[in-house]
Ligand binder design. Structure first.
Ligand code: PLP
Length: 390
């Protein structure tokens, strides 16, 4: 049977078949999980020349290649590294592309542990760290300095969901000689192909939707042709490779990610619209809502929305936020997201210098899982009532 070019296939076909050819391994539908440190060479000359595809466990295995190749096809990237957590997928490219005396621009609505790494370790290593407004757009040109080497974007922003004008930022950053990284965890490559919009390296916490079951930690960074050698070099130097069982679980998760995302998207949008109408809710921060300030940009660039957004209560403080959370019975109280189950957390904006509101009341972040929407509505109704009574 003639093979259809992979690029012409639909997204769910790519997700179900990408990265692995069953005929390459006796017809088994799934690839083997290769547990490896040592790889044997047939003779001394081959060993001296490292003249074979696999040389040592830290440098890749058929299992890591299967996931990396599936992701390269989704991203349109030249190469993908797999690291042990989403946070390592942020820190590895920053370490690869920044040196003492360099300047990095980071969006102020960034994932909090990224800020902790930048303010702690990058500053200690002599890197100048500055934060910018997520709404800066082409205005980032005015923040670029001769020593600006990296612009780190994240869109939508963590917890507050600001949409960034990625093409405008990438254009200005490139004109000034910087590379652009994007933490694209929220959209996944299914809803935003970052490299097509000028991003040089796209970062994913595969812990979230790709893994999908709240039981695996993994990070992925995909680079374009120009940035791939430097990213791969740093990855090899740092030795922060991912474990084979985790890699396998994420490849397994990819197979169903398309349909899971559709359901997360549909349920989250329905609940976001419904919450906008509820008493006790001041605002819903979901870019798929017409009321969201970034809605037009989101519609221009993204092909969908995943299942996480925030609600702003109409007044109150920690007491009301805690009453809301404590009244939930289906939503769990816990960090992370992207799994099959619904979660809620209180949002802390105390680390922000720019993207910090003001908001009318406390912010609560909701991850909408795969449960039935009517049950989630009942849970949220009870939580809003509890917040109003508190
Ligand atoms: C969760 C998350 C990470 C980190 O992922 P872990 O696997 O939990 O380390 C990075 N970036 C964003 C935007 C995230 O939401």
């Amino acid at each position: 049977m003639a093979k259809q070019p992979a690029g012409k296939r639909g997204i769910n076909t790519q997700l179900t078949h990408g990265g692995y050819e069953p005929r390459d391994y006796h017809g088994f539908v799934n690839p083997p999980v290769v547990h490896a440190s040592t790889v044997l060479f047939p003779d001394a000359a081959t060993m001296a020349g490292r003249a074979q595809k696999y040389t040592y466990g830290t440098h890749g295995t058929p299992t890591s290649d299967a996931l990396a190749e599936a992701v390269n096809a989704l991203e349109g990237s030249a190469g993908t590294i797999l690291v042990p957590s989403g946070l390592a997928a942020v820190t590895t490219p920053l370490l690869a592309f920044l040196s003492a005396g360099d300047h990095v621009l980071i969006v102020d609505s960034v994932y909090h542990p990224t800020r902790r790494f930048a303010d702690g370790m990058l500053k200690r290593l002599g890197v100048e760290v500055a934060y910018y407004d997520p709404h800066v757009g082409a205005g980032i040109a005015g923040l670029m300095r001769p020593n600006t080497k990296v612009v780190l974007t994240e869109s939508p922003g963590s917890n507050t969901f600001e949409i960034q004008d990625i093409p405008a930022i990438a254009k200005a950053a490139h004109a000034a000689g910087a590379v652009v990284m994007m933490d694209n965890t929220w959209a996944t490559p299914v809803y935003f192909r970052a490299l097509d919009f000028g991003v040089d390296m796209t970062i994913h916490a595969a812990t979230k939707y790709p893994a999908g079951h709240s039981d695996v930690l993994l990070g992925m960074v995909s680079a374009n042709e120009a940035c791939w050698p430097k990213l791969l070099e740093a990855f090899t130097m740092l030795g922060c490779c991912a474990a084979p069982d985790d890699v396998y679980q994420v490849l397994r998760g990819l197979r169903t990610m398309g349909i899971r995302l559709e359901r997360h998207q549909q349920s989250a949008l329905e609940l976001a619209r419904w919450l906008e109408e509820q008493e006790g809710v001041a605002q819903v921060l979901h870019p798929g809502l017409e009321s969201h300030p970034g809605h037009a940009l989101w519609k221009r660039d993204f092909s969908g929305a995943s299942g996480i957004f925030s609600v702003v209560l109409a007044g109150g403080g920690q007491k009301q936020a805690h009453a809301f959370l404590d009244a939930l019975s289906i939503f769990g109280l816990g960090y992370s997201w992207g799994g099959y189950e619904s979660l809620a957390v209180s949002v802390f904006l105390g680390d922000r210098t720019i993207a910090k509101g003001p908001y009318e009341g406390p912010l609560l972040r909701l991850q909408i899982g795969l449960e039935d929407v009517e049950d989630l509505k009942a849970d949220l109704t009870a939580a809003l009532e509890a917040a109003r009574r508190a």
